[in-house]
Design a protein around this ligand. Structure first.
Ligand SMILES: *Cc1c(COP(=O)(O)O)cnc(C)c1O
Length: 354
């Protein structure tokens, strides 16, 4: 039986995407070749790459606005490095909202000075800092829109006169916003888009070429743009599956439609967490993520019974990250409202039985 997959990443993908992807592994569109044994320079794959890049810009509403979309390799963690390599001349600002932001800061420090404009570290990242100044002499400001581990999400972004860079790994394509407020967006595929092995980078081209250091080709965004995201052999299969997911999203009506569903899922689960005395939310209410809901059980003695009950109901992947414990239910785009209903039923049944 197919599980109700709440995994934080790699995560659930639409069933029809998995089906098409598995067919392509056997025989791509009747070509007599598997997609993964085909040249990445073939017309078939070049079309996939172009389509994936175009769909990303279209869904984000960034077509014709000076942006380029790339599918690169190394994960979001590689972009912690590439961003600083390409943009950090002397000093950059970082908003420290969690483990991933912290990792981005560590990498940036290899390239220059890092100003932590604000941090929620002292409260173990249970909220998003809201009031802080951003010096005007920074090369860019880096933020993390959704903090996958802590279950917090930025609902607004600072208005700045410097390039705004966003790690959107765990909430890209999940809700509408003005994506043109960002100059660079990156996201590992495996949280809301596809399998691990590629990451999407969307860059406003005019922010590039400003640093004085020499950049090795494979790390240079301008080289990747010039080579149309094919400087070296791209992650053929992860990019194809990402393209299928983006097609699926466009087919159901795009981000506006999925946002409504995501809001319903989050409301359903958070209202259970708030109303059921057996459970307690982790993140501050105003900063709660619609993607990753973090919570704990109030009476640890009930944990074995709860764990047995959700497993019995076919729920998978809700154990919390080791750094905060408890539970984390990730509700990425492909997870259905029904699956959230199954988890909520298990939680309310626990309360009913006493
Ligand atoms: C998972 C995650 C990362 C790291 O992604 P990798 O692709 O494993 O490098 C970075 N940032 C955020 C917000 C994440 O959720």
């Amino acid at each position: 039986m197919k599980k109700h997959n709440f995994s934080a990443g790699p995560c659930i993908l639409p069933q029809e995407v998995l089906l098409k992807a598995s067919e392509a592994v056997q025989d791509f569109n009747g070509s007599g070749l598997s997609l993964i044994e085909m040249s990445h320079r073939s017309k078939e794959f070049v079309d996939i790459m172009e389509n994936a890049r175009a769909l990303a810009l279209e869904l984000l509403g960034l077509e014709g606005k000076g942006y380029k979309a790339l599918f690169l390799q190394g994960g979001a963690s590689m972009e912690f490095v590439r961003v600083a390599y390409n943009l950090l001349e002397t000093k950059a600002g970082y908003l420290n909202t969690g483990t991933w932001a912290n990792n981005a800061i560590k990498e940036a420090k290899f390239f220059g000075e890092v100003v932590e404009v604000a941090s929620s570290k002292n409260e173990n990242y249970n909220h998003i800092p809201k009031i802080f100044g951003v010096p005007n002499d920074l090369d860019y400001l880096h933020v993390t829109s959704n903090n996958t581990i802590y279950g917090t999400q930025m609902k607004t972004f600072p208005k700045v006169n410097i390039p705004l860079v966003c790690d959107m790994s765990s909430d890209i394509f999940s809700k509408q916003m003005d994506f043109s407020q960002f100059d660079l967006i990156y996201a590992g595929a495996q949280k809301n888009m596809g399998p691990a092995g590629t990451e999407l980078v969307v860059i406003k081209e005019d922010i590039l070429g400003k640093v004085s250091r020499k950049i090795p080709s494979i790390l240079d965004y301008q080289v990747s743009i010039a080579k149309e995201s094919m400087f070296n052999t791209p992650a053929v299969f992860p990019i194809y599956v990402s393209m299928l997911t983006l097609e699926w999203l466009k087919g159901i009506g795009g981000i506006a439609v999925i946002e409504e569903i995501n809001n319903k899922k989050a409301q359903l689960l958070y209202s259970e967490i708030d109303l059921n005395p057996l459970f307690k939310g982790y993140a501050n209410i105003e900063d709660r993520s619609t993607m990753n809901a973090t919570f704990s059980i109030t009476d640890e003695k009930l944990k074995p019974a709860f764990d047995a009950a959700w497993k019995e109901a076919g729920v998978s992947g809700i154990n919390g990250h080791r750094s905060i414990g408890g539970y984390r239910a990730s509700m990425y785009n492909a997870l259905t409202l029904d699956s959230v209903g199954v988890l909520v039923d298990v939680m309310s049944e626990m309360e009913r039985k006493g």
